[in-house]
Design a protein around this ligand. Structure first.
Ligand code: FAD
Length: 487
């Protein structure tokens, strides 16, 4: 008999993987071999609109993980289900054919994934025991409740409670070791499993240009080792994070999001590294840590809250806004506006710079994500779900919880001119991504159509604003039936 860990696309690592760790313990104590499986489902990927950059990142990560597991004499077997509806039966068949007594996996909190696991639980029957673990977060989603016993949804109290839970129980940050080696006596008959081939990466033609794959791979090398290196390098400048994190030209954020979203790096690993940096203290409050540490951990706590939100407000993973009022907004078509938004040619330099960074890097700075999303659903009044989907189709770090919560419409409207003036005061970020504007001097870079003469503007070959910001803000107020705050 055998023990299996089923890797999903959110736990692609052998280090500090809770489900895998328990699977290994059981395999060792019962003297059974441990096998890893990964199920590839092309229909599932296209269902979510998963970007070629992300699929490629996952495929690369799987190759690395297969090698790491091979060193531990553990095979990683790739299964394929062409249709989503065949996922459970494909895995169940493998378990039966290979006489598997126990299967381990880590929870995924989206509705479809939870339904899949319920179906799986029914189908594996009594022959195989299923064991699911919480692995994605430090504090288990669904456990942070208000005094009235409801799941917390508001960030400030969630953050405060989270900080005190972790301070009181720092062991929550402790990581678990990689699995133990399979004794060779247990794997004698498994040679065919060791030669399983990882899924093929997307074809070149799925990338906008042939050089893109290489560029993206260089920007985002897959795997846990690459993530660890990135974390170590980030720690050398975490002290400046609080003051520079909103300034995209500084590029001072960790850029760890693809690794968190594919599970190549765990939140525990990240925060235990921060704890070591914080004189071994798990007090990440304002008084217990530096401004940089406090504000970075705060962002990781957003990630934790958003997983709780996905679990406790299931409609957010079913294409519905958390605030259902937004389901009744009358949206505009504006095909031209949509195209300009995608191409980064809206005539708003800050928005355009963000959208061009997204195309070039399959990633966008958080400040820009806030600006381009607000521009799409407040100023163009285009259904925010189209933007949400476009992000999934483009980002290397796509993550359902962070993306749906990031796109959740709000009554705050971002002014791209004042946002750029405040967060890109020298205009470097705009100049980098919108080269048409690289020679524009002074404050004109933030609003060239309004601030340059007609002749000067025409020379730039840069579009004039697609919409008037003030007028469209007014239109949003009417459609959302609410006043709007400016940001
Ligand atoms: P850092 O600033 O170094 O933060 C560290 C980690 O904290 C990040 O890697 C991320 O896991 C988490 N984090 C940071 N900011 C946020 C946030 N606002 N919300 C939740 N978690 C956060 N993040 C994704 O991982 N995938 C997405 O698909 C995604 N879509 C977004 C869409 C919109 C419209 C918005 C406004 C935000 C979105 N975010 C998403 C959140 C955030 O923009 C990214 O996590 C962040 O920019 C990643 O860069 P970093 O790793 O350098 O972050």
């Amino acid at each position: 008999q055998k023990v299996v860990h089923w890797f999903r696309s959110k736990d692609l690592r052998i280090q500090d993987n809770i489900g895998l760790h328990h699977a290994s313990d059981l395999a060792q104590s019962s003297k059974k071999p441990l096998i890893g499986i990964y199920l590839h489902c092309p229909e599932e990927l296209s269902w979510h609109g998963t970007s070629p950059a992300r699929v490629d990142f996952i495929c690369e990560g799987l190759k690395i993980m297969q090698d790491e597991l091979k060193d531990l004499n553990i095979p990683l077997v790739f299964l394929q289900a062409d249709k989503r509806s065949d996922i459970v039966s494909t895995v169940t068949k493998f378990l039966r054919d290979n006489d598997v007594s126990h299967v381990f996996a880590n929870y995924e909190y989206e509705v479809d994934e939870l339904r899949r696991d319920i179906k799986f639980l029914k189908e594996v029957g009594d022959k195989t025991q299923l064991s699911l673990h919480h692995d994605q977060t430090v504090v288990e989603p669904g456990t942070m409740l208000t005094s009235g016993g409801k799941p917390m949804k508001v960030f400030t109290p969630y953050h405060k409670t989270w900080l005190s839970i972790v301070k009181d129980d720092p062991s929550l940050l402790d990581t678990v070791p990689p699995p133990s080696k399979n004794p060779s006596s247990t794997t004698k008959d498994l040679s065919s499993l060791f030669s399983s081939q990882p899924p093929s990466p997307p074809e070149d033609k799925q990338f906008p240009s042939t050089s893109d794959r290489t560029r993206i791979r260089n920007l985002w090398p897959a795997g846990h080792a690459a993530a660890t290196k990135r974390m170590q390098s980030f720690l050398t400048h975490i002290s400046t994070y609080a003051s520079t994190r909103s300034q995209p030209a500084h590029d001072s954020t960790s850029r760890l999001s693809p690794y968190f979203s594919a599970g190549m790096y765990s939140a525990r690993s990240a925060l235990s590294a921060v704890r070591a940096h914080n004189s071994q203290s798990a007090d990440f409050s304002e008084s217990g840590s530096s401004a940089g540490v406090y504000s970075w951990v705060r962002e990781v706590v957003f990630r934790e809250l958003y997983r709780q939100t996905t679990l406790t407000t299931p409609h957010t993973s079913m294409n519905l806004p958390q605030n259902l009022k937004f389901e009744f907004v009358q949206w505009e078509e504006d095909g031209k506006g949509w195209e300009k938004w995608i191409e980064g040619r809206t005539g708003e330099p800050f928005v355009d710079a963000g959208m061009r960074q997204l195309r070039a890097e399959a990633w966008m700075h958080n400040r820009l994500r806030m600006n381009v999303s607000s521009y799409l659903y407040c100023n163009l009044l285009i259904d925010y779900r189209r933007g949400e989907r476009y992000f999934a189709e483009t980002l290397v770090d796509w993550d359902l919880s962070n993306n749906t919560q990031g796109w959740e419409p709000s009554y705050t409207v971002f002014n791209p001119v004042s946002q750029a003036e405040r967060n890109d005061p020298g205009g470097e970020y705009i100049r980098k991504w919108v080269p048409e504007l690289k020679d524009v001097q002074g404050k004109a870079i933030f609003a060239p159509f309004a601030r340059l003469s007609k002749e000067e503007f025409e020379k730039l070959e840069y579009p004039k604003p697609h919409v008037d910001w003030k007028e469209t803000k007014q239109r949003a107020i009417e459609r959302f039936k609410s006043d709007m705050r400016d940001a």
